[in-house]
Design a protein around this ligand. Structure first.
Ligand code: ATP
Ligand code: MG
Length: 339
């Protein structure tokens, strides 16, 4: 069992990252550890270069993301926690895979279309080429399980296509180099939506702070954001079917169920018929309870730069050991002489 997943240090991690991905990092880290496998969790700082960024902010966000992941339960003694920039093999393998990835495949990526919008010509090459770096990230470690939110499913399929084509084009039939990775997507809460727009996913890069609950938000901020969340004028339905076509209502119920562990049916039989004026405070309270221990641990860790850097250095030295053999085999398969 090889678990590999990454998160961009592009801003503050939010509830969508937590429920869609981080909860599963913790679950799979424990399973891999118990089974004698490995779990690699990395800060995708090279990916962060795909958008305009402030260097000092990237450094700060990278350390804060380490503190947040540890506060959420990622355990550096069980998982290999590191940042991409300390392992040049990620960028090298991306270049090697650039010969295999096709323009047409990348052109079909919905994240590229969403993030580029109408201004494709003005985007960085890194934004277009982002899924190839992501393929390198997981193929480098021969990942079997990749815990991600629903938005990354398409990128994972692309990583499989790249691996498959590389194996077919450059490896003997009985000795493929790359393992085909499987996405590990939570059945519920795989796509948490923005609090301001039920048709857009909650994102770090959304310009509106009110669109997301950050894992580091204090109780007052959480209450304020939930209170201001967009809803419709109808009361909650008593059955799940009544949430159809009501994206904002569905999102709030999904979040409530995910953080309390209650089923949609139980939640709606309890709150059906009530307006958001009474449901929102219940939701806010549940969120505050979930975030309280994460917040407390984050505050303890966030300013200990030395400890955070030491976690990354230790993780990088372990990750490097696993990355080098695959990278060397990829150079060899392509016929590149390296002395
Ligand atoms: P950015 O806007 O900078 O792309 P992001 O919010 O999409 O940031 P990422 O760092 O790209 O966050 O993704 C980290 C992980 O969180 C990925 O596994 C991704 O699938 C998951 N994720 C991101 N947003 C959501 C969401 N709204 N719901 C569920 N999972 C999510
Ligand atoms: Mg993203």
């Amino acid at each position: 069992m090889r678990v590999v997943s990454g998160i961009q240090p592009t801003g503050k991690p939010h509830l969508g990252n937590y429920l869609g991905a981080i909860v599963n990092y913790v679950k799979l880290q424990d399973e891999a550890h118990a089974a004698g496998g490995e779990c690699f969790i990395f800060l995708a700082d090279l990916h962060a270069l795909s958008q305009p960024h402030d260097p000092a902010e990237l450094t700060r966000n990278t350390r804060e993301m380490v503190a947040t992941l540890v506060a959420c339960g990622v355990d550096p003694s069980k998982a290999i926690l590191f940042n991409q920039a300390q392992i040049p093999a990620h960028a090298e393998l991306q270049w090697l895979l650039n010969g295999t990835a096709r323009m047409g495949w990348l052109n079909r990526m919905t994240q590229w279309k969403d993030k580029a919008g109408k201004n494709r010509e003005g985007q960085s090459i890194a934004l277009f080429n982002y899924p190839v770096l992501q393929a390198a990230d997981v193929l480098l470690y021969q990942a079997t399980h990749v815990p991600v939110g629903d938005d990354q499913k398409q990128h994972l399929e692309l990583a499989r296509d790249i691996a498959q084509k590389f194996n077919t084009d450059y490896c003997p039939e009985d000795a493929p180099l790359f393992t085909l990775p499987e996405p590990y997507i939570p059945p519920a809460a795989a796509r948490i939506m923005s609090l301001r727009d039920g048709s857009a996913k909650m994102s770090k890069s959304d310009p509106s702070e009110m669109s997301r609950i950050n894992l580091t938000d204090d109780a007052d901020t959480v209450v304020k954001k939930v209170k201001k969340a967009k809803t419709d004028a109808e009361p909650l339905p008593s059955e799940a079917k009544g949430l159809e076509g009501r994206a904002e209502a569905l999102n709030l119920v999904t979040i409530y169920c995910a953080v309390t562990g209650k089923s949609t049916d139980d939640t709606l039989s309890e709150y059906g018929g009530q307006g958001f004026g009474s449901f929102k405070p219940v939701l806010a309270e549940a969120l505050v309870e979930t975030l309280r221990p994460i917040n407390a641990r984050f505050l303890e860790l966030k300013d200990d730069t030395e400890a955070l850097d030491a976690i990354l250095a230790r993780g990088a030295s372990k990750a490097r050991e696993h990355a080098i053999p695959t990278l060397s085999a990829a150079y060899k398969a392509l016929g590149l002489l390296r002395g």
